[in-house]
Design a protein around this ligand. Structure first.
Ligand code: PAF
Length: 283
């Protein structure tokens, strides 16, 4: 399997593939790959002749230095895992910060029509400008036909669809359902940093989302939100940052339910110093 660290080299390899009428799928990641990432790559392999997996811990999307520093970096293991899927059809792009940012590690400023100010945008300053910057650069370098993103970061997925629409980037964005541990915990590279006592209680998050979904069938968004807050109020180890029921398209909090709209519940929880997010479709 080829591992590229320079954009010039991977661009050349992709031009060659495209000249032979190949199609390219992109799975952008920050590495520390798990089953959820592999499911995205498998899906991309079904739809494209070749798949580029980018592995890059993007500094501009972190608002917390400590989180950036401690983010797991496991390139050798990542490459070994990807090799189990295909050695010939997967290309890994693992650039340095300089290869991407060329000495100017700052974000571009984006207008995502307000999607960026909801939920994660309220709690992670500048996060979506950082995500928009790296994803746009990856699209410019890789020129994929299709790009794959997990629904665990549902707000990110909606923002990337907006990025592509606003910047007229010719790529199909494909969302993929959340991949879960058998306990229900949404898979995330950050899970490896959970201490055992937090790992043990973490399924509570998904269980609460399922219960909230059931309640949403008969109760108002406000009532469900209050109920969820109470569940966490008395929890010894999990600290609720937010629980929001939002319109799937606008991501604005729901005031009154409409049968014409679709809704999702979004949650962010601290398990010690590890921040976990999750979400669930409600209707
Ligand atoms: O979802 C992620 O892992 C990252 O936000 C992404 C899309 C790879 C950009 O750095």
């Amino acid at each position: 399997m080829e591992v590229y660290s320079e954009k010039k080299q991977i661009s050349k390899a992709i031009s060659l593939l495209k000249s032979k009428k190949g199609s390219v799928g992109l799975v952008p990641t920050m590495g520390a790959l798990h089953r959820g990432h592999l499911a995205l790559v498998e899906r991309a392999l079904e739809n494209n002749s070749h798949v580029v997996v980018s592995v890059f811990v993007n500094p501009t999307q972190f608002d917390n230095e400590d989180d950036l520093e401690k983010y797991p970096r496991t390139l050798d293991e990542d490459v070994a895992l990807l090799s189990t899927l295909s050695k010939e059809r997967i290309l890994v792009y693992a650039p340095t910060v300089d290869d991407i940012y060329e000495g100017n590690t700052v974000s571009e400023k984006f207008d995502f029509d307000g999607l960026e100010f909801e939920m994660e945008g309220r709690f992670r300053n500048g996060h979506f400008d950082g995500v928009g910057t790296i994803v746009k650069r990856l699209f410019e370098i890789i020129t994929p036909n299709n790009a794959y993103f997990g629904e665990k970061d549902f707000q990110q997925l909606q923002i990337i669809k907006k990025l592509v629409e606003k910047c007229h980037i010719p790529v199909n964005i494909i969302g993929f359902p959340i991949y879960r541990e058998s306990t229900g915990l949404a898979m995330s590279s950050r899970n490896t940093r959970l201490k055992p006592e937090y790992l043990e209680v973490s399924p509570f998050i998904h269980k609460t989302l399922i219960a909230a979904k059931k309640r949403f069938g008969t109760e108002s968004a406000n009532k469900v939100t209050e109920w969820v807050k109470n569940q966490f109020y008395n929890h010894d180890l999990l600290d609720l940052e937010y629980f929001i029921i939002a319109d799937t398209e606008t991501l604005k909090p729901t005031k009154r339910k409409s049968s014409k709209k679709t809704y999702r519940a979004f949650i962010a929880v601290y398990a010690g110093d590890i921040r976990l997010i999750d979400n669930i479709a409600l209707n």
